[in-house]
Ligand binder design. Structure first.
Ligand SMILES: [Zn+2]
Length: 413
């Protein structure tokens, strides 16, 4: 048996009495009539109570509206049950319903005006108690168009145009904005002469009740644009929340909200410049530390200065700068130095040799590396790579044709 949908006749009906037809094994309560709007057509379902028990979900199945009583947290069993044949009192959460009606009617208006002004068709809509979005067939919507769209919608809201619902025998002869494939009687919702849409939803009586409509974020989705919007009290709450965020941000900048973007951009640029400067200083410091480490070894004259340096897990800019400082030490004539840096945790390595060291690093790696699972490459003066396993570092080091002096671990800044 189908459920008589009381909201079809009166969207403002908040309370009703009905007879329980059945209670499913899944707890679905079927009534002979209901003012509860089920989840459908992109609109969220109502909440409320039946015989004082909270209704957590309302769905539709064929012609039937099914009400699910909410289970309190814990054992998952509804606090109250109803039985077939029982007369029950139902009450819908009016604040939530009216908010959804405002958004639903607001969406009709927004869709109509977007199409009339720009030819953008509505591809899909989504409306819940938290957010409302509309996807328009436009690849890009600029700020000026959004502003105009919002202004036009609000102008129509202020005009308080009547929203009428009529049932027609068929779609024939009706100027619907979007053609319908439905056969038989058709429920058509009209906003003055602006829009005629086949729709089974709940709407306000006149556009003035939408209150206002504010368009939020615009997001490109494939070849469409999704617009967020809010109506009535929700728009006011959103505006209040957003102005709160702006005030908080302004307090951080010790400025006024209208200057936040400018100040944030200036600080971002300053931070980028400082980060760059810091990286330069860190590199210089690492290079200097490399030179100091070389000097501390005390190698003089023609002696080849060979050292190994162990670092924890990565060989980055600082380690490369250290090796450069070690091998490019000014004033050492002839400059004969080799530094091998190894990262114990990852098996990464870097070998740097000064031009007068008389050692071809690339040739060494080509010869010794493949057998030991080393991957990498470079030039005769600098190679870098990684062992298949960190344990492979020791055998690789053992193939170097000279002994290495161990540098203190991570002797950088
Ligand atoms: Zn509708």
């Amino acid at each position: 048996m189908h459920t008589e949908r009381l909201y079809y006749e009166d969207c403002y009906l908040r309370e009703f009495t009905a007879t329980v037809l059945s209670v499913g094994r899944d707890g679905a309560v079927e009534l002979d009539r209901s003012a509860f709007y089920p989840e459908s057509g992109g609109q969220a379902h109502d909440l409320g109570a039946i015989e004082g028990a909270a209704v957590g979900r309302v769905t539709e199945h064929d012609d039937r509206v099914l009400h699910f009583l909410a289970a309190p947290p814990g054992n998952g069993v509804p606090a109250k049950t109803v039985s077939p044949g029982e007369t029950v009192h139902g009450a819908i959460d009016w604040e939530r319903r009216f908010d959804l009606m405002q958004h639903h009617t607001g969406q009709h208006l927004l869709s109509a005006i977007a199409e009339d002004l720009y030819g953008w068709k509505t591809e899909s809509v989504h409306m819940s108690a938290e957010s409302a979005t509309i996807e328009l067939g436009a690849e890009e919507i600029g700020e000026a168009s959004i502003e105009r769209l919002e202004r036009e919608v609000n102008r129509r809201i202020q005009e308080n145009l009547p929203v009428r619902i009529a049932t027609h025998a068929s779609a024939e002869g009706i100027r619907l904005r979007k053609a319908t494939e439905r056969f038989g009687p058709l429920r058509v919702v009209s906003i003055a002469d602006l829009d005629h849409s086949a729709c089974g939803g709940a709407h306000v009586r006149a556009t003035g009740e939408i209150g206002s409509l504010a368009i939020g974020r615009a997001e490109r989705i494939r070849k469409n644009t999704r617009l967020e919007f809010a109506c009535g009290m929700r728009a006011a709450r959103l505006a209040r929340r957003q102005s709160g965020w702006l005030r908080e941000a302004a307090a951080v900048f010790q400025s006024s909200p209208d200057r936040i973007a400018e100040l944030a951009a200036a600080q971002r640029d300053e931070l980028a410049a400082l980060s760059k400067r810091l990286r330069t200083l860190e590199t210089q410091e690492s290079k200097r530390a490399g030179g100091d480490a070389r000097r501390a070894l005390g190698a003089t004259g023609n002696a080849l200065c060979c050292a190994a340096r162990r670092v924890p897990d990565a060989i980055g800019d600082a380690e490369r700068a250290f090796a450069q400082g070690f091998c490019e030490r000014a004033g050492a004539e002839p400059n004969r130095a080799i530094l091998l840096t190894v990262a114990l945790a990852t098996g990464a390595f870097l070998l740097r040799a000064s031009p007068e060291a008389g050692f071809d690093a690339k040739a060494w790696l080509l010869e010794a590396g493949p057998h030991l699972g080393a991957k990498g490459g470079g030039t005769p003066e600098m190679i870098s790579g990684r062992m298949a396993k960190p344990e492979g570092l020791a055998p690789l080091i053992a193939t170097l044709p000279f002994p290495l002096v161990e540098l203190p671990s991570v002797a950088t800044i």
